[in-house]
Structures are given as structure tokens and as C-alpha cells.
Design a protein around this ligand. Structure first.
Ligand code: NAD
Length: 335
């Protein structure tokens, strides 16, 4: 029976890259019945909101979605459509693997890191205000419940994927209450996972260590803002945003999407690199238990990028989005 999966094409380059990703996923033979719903800037005029209720209803029904990037229109009432979606569906983990792909230009080889970012609180809770005219206050919210559940995810993920170590990233020396509580919560969860090594690092030191000795690290778990910053750093270690996949995961639902945004200047030009979305699709297949299909997609992407011919401009080639997808599909189908 076909899987029911919500497809949110998004806007900007979203429709082209999600189309490429869907074709690649379908080439594996896994049958998917895509339920297409629209979010983002382009549907504001029709629905009066960039995040209509039917998007949330569809993901609640299917439990799984592949999403293109969406632009948050100015004046939409949303700080970010993406943050609103993650909050509404309680997708409390942002999972961002950073894995070197041979052929992608980068200063490093053999990077294999995973960031597990708390997705619902910290400074992203959006509690901020002016204090008079010349001062502003933003409130950092950290709770034991949110910290423990994201820590549990990190350890379960490490165990399921056969990974050796979890590092908690924080600034508890300065933020003694908020990051102090985060660290205490992760330490508490770590006690139940004696098979996984555990350590913690200050976020500033972690940035330096990742640049100097990335091979020392494995799975890293951290509050929202540090996760936002470090996941772009890790994307940089493997060659940039065009190849960085991601997932937003809750207890009953998961939304898979590239780390990058809607790159409006390339919209409709068949130029954008769909790799990050295709690899997000591979993460989705793995989440569905379709490990063999996920492996085939990942391997085909690596082969096409490794050959360096049918690749998009950002990878040094001249192929369009759809031609690069065709090349990946040809590898999957053994042509
Ligand atoms: P961006 O990621 O869209 O672009 C950054 C740079 O990378 C640009 O030069 C862009 O052309 C290039 N780029 C990005 N993806 C590419 C791809 N797949 N192939 C080739 N080149 C690519 O970031 P931005 O310009 O800061 O944001 C544009 C819009 O996207 C904003 O409205 C922002 O809110 C939104 N955004 C959405 C998401 C999401 O939906 N998850 C994430 C980030 C940003």
C-alpha cells in the first residue's frame, strides 16, 4: 500500500527542488501518495495567511511531510512560518546531519556530525519587548521537560544509529539558570545510556573545536539558538547549504526539509541545487523504515556529485535542477 505523505512545495526555488526530490524518491520504487498543500508567500493573497490550517491538518493526518523552503512574507503576523509550523505541530527536535560528500568542494574531508537542536523554546519563544525607547529585552526560556525530551531523542538516535558519543553544548558558566538547567537535564538523561559516551562543551569552545578538530565529535545536542548557529557552521564544514538536509521531528509527526531558504533570485530558473531536499527525502525514507531505498538515494547522490559532470552551478557544473535529478534517477535505476 502507498504511504500517505504531505508535500509542501513552498515558494521561491521550493517547487522545483521538491519536484526533483519527489521524482528521485519515486525512482526507488517506494510508493507514495503525495497530499499537496501550499504554504508561504505565494498563497497569501488566496488564504490571507502563509500557513493555512489545511497544511497543519494534512501533516496531523499523514504524520509525515516533505517540505520545500518558504518565504515569510513581511507583515504576515508570523515571525517565521517555519517556526510557527514547528511550534504548532510540536516538532521539538531539529535534526541536521553534516556528512562529507566526495566531490563537494570543502576545506574538510570525512566530516560525519549530527546536530540535535531543541526546536521549541530558548530565545525563539519570541518573548521580547522594548523597555522604554532605548532598551530591549528578549527572554530565554528553557524548561526541564523540553530539555529532557530533546536529550532523550539525541541518545536514542545515537543508539539506533550505532554512534559512539553525545556532546551537550551550552553556556552554563554564564547562563547559570537557563543553560544550567539544560545541562542538568541532559546529564540526568545521560545516566540512562551507559552505552553512549557523554561529555559537555561550552558553545564558544565548541565552535573552535569544530573548526580545528571536527573528528572528535559525533552527535551534539543543544538549545535552539546555538543549534541554529552551529548547524550552519557544520553545513559549512561539508561544503555549504546546497547539500545540507534536515528534519523536524516530534513524537507523532515529522517534517523533512533542506536547511537552506527559498533563494528567490533563482526561483523558476531550473538552476537551484536540489541535493539538500533529496537528502532530506532520504532521511524521510529512513524514518519510514525504508532503509534500503534511503541508502540507494544517498549512494546515487554521492555518485553523481563524485563524477562532477551532471551537477548544478554551485557544485561547479552546468546542469539544471531537473537534469541533475535525471542523473541521480539513472543511477538509482541502474541505467
Ligand atoms: P537562502 O538559503 O535562501 O539563500 C542563501 C544563499 O544561498 C543565496 O545566495 C542563495 O541563492 C543560495 N542558495 C540557497 N539554496 C540554494 C540551492 N538549493 N541551490 C543553489 N543556491 C542556493 O537564505 P536567505 O536568502 O537568507 O533567505 C531567503 C528566504 O528564505 C527568506 O525569506 C527566509 O526567511 C527563507 N528561509 C526559509 C527557510 C525554510 O523554509 N526552512 C530556511 C531559511 C530561510
Amino acid at each position: 500500500m502507498a504511504y500517505q505523505v504531505t508535500l509542501i512545495p513552498g515558494d521561491g526555488i521550493g517547487p522545483e527542488i521538491t519536484k526533483a526530490a519527489c521524482r528521485v524518491i519515486e525512482a526507488t520504487g517506494v510508493e507514495i501518495d503525495w497530499q499537496v498543500v501550499e504554504a508561504g508567500q505565494d498563497i497569501m493573497a488566496e488564504y490571507g495567511t502563509p500557513l493555512p490550517d489545511n497544511v497543519l491538518e494534512s501533516v496531523r493526518r499523514t504524520g509525515i511531510a516533505l517540505k520545500g523552503p518558504v518565504t515569510t512574507p513581511i507583515g504576515s503576523g508570523f515571525r517565521s512560518v517555519n517556526v510557527a509550523l514547528r511550534k504548532a505541530l510540536d516538532l521539538y527536535v531539529n535534526l541536521r546531519p553534516a556528512l562529507s560528500i566526495p566531490g563537494v568542494k570543502s576545506r574538510y574531508e570525512n566530516i560525519d556530525l549530527v546536530i540535535v537542536r531543541e526546536n521549541t523554546e530558548d530565545l525563539y519563544a519570541g518573548v521580547e519587548h522594548m523597555v522604554g525607547e532605548d532598551a530591549a529585552e528578549s527572554i530565554k526560556i528553557i524548561t526541564r521537560k523540553a530539555s529532557e525530551r530533546v536529550a532523550r531523542f539525541a541518545f536514542e538516535y545515537a543508539r539506533a544509529q550505532g554512534r559512539r558519543k553525545v556532546t551537550a553544548v551550552h553556556k552554563a558558566n554564564i547562563l547559570k539558570y537557563s543553560d544550567g538547567l539544560f545541562l542538568e537535564s541532559v546529564r540526568h538523561v545521560a545516566e540512562s545510556y551507559s552505552d553512549i559516551e557523554f561529555e559537555d562543551r561550552l558553545v564558544d569552545n565548541m565552535c573552535m573545536q569544530l573548526v580545528q578538530k571536527p573528528e572528535l565529535y559525533d552527535v551534539m545536542v543543544m538549545p535552539n539558538l546555538y543549534g541554529d548557529i552551529l548547524s550552519d557552521l557544520c553545513a559549512g564544514l561539508v561544503g555549504g547549504l546546497g547539500v545540507a538536509p534536515g528534519a523536524n521531528i516530534g513524537d507523532t509527526m515529522a517534517v523533512f526539509e533542506p536547511v537552506h531558504g527559498s533563494a528567490p533570485k533563482y526561483a523558476g530558473k531550473n538552476k537551484a541545487n536540489a541535493t539538500a531536499t533529496i537528502l532530506s527525502g532520504a532521511l524521510m525514507l529512513r524514518h519510514m523504515g525504508e532503509n534500503e531505498a534511503a541508502d540507494r538515494v544517498t549512494e546515487a547522490v554521492r555518485q553523481v556529485i563524485g563524477a562532477g559532470v551532471q551537477v548544478t552551478y554551485d557544485l561547479g557544473g552546468t546542469a539544471g535542477t531537473s537534469e541533475m535529478a535525471d542523473a541521480i534517477i539513472a543511477v538509482i535505476q541502474g541505467k
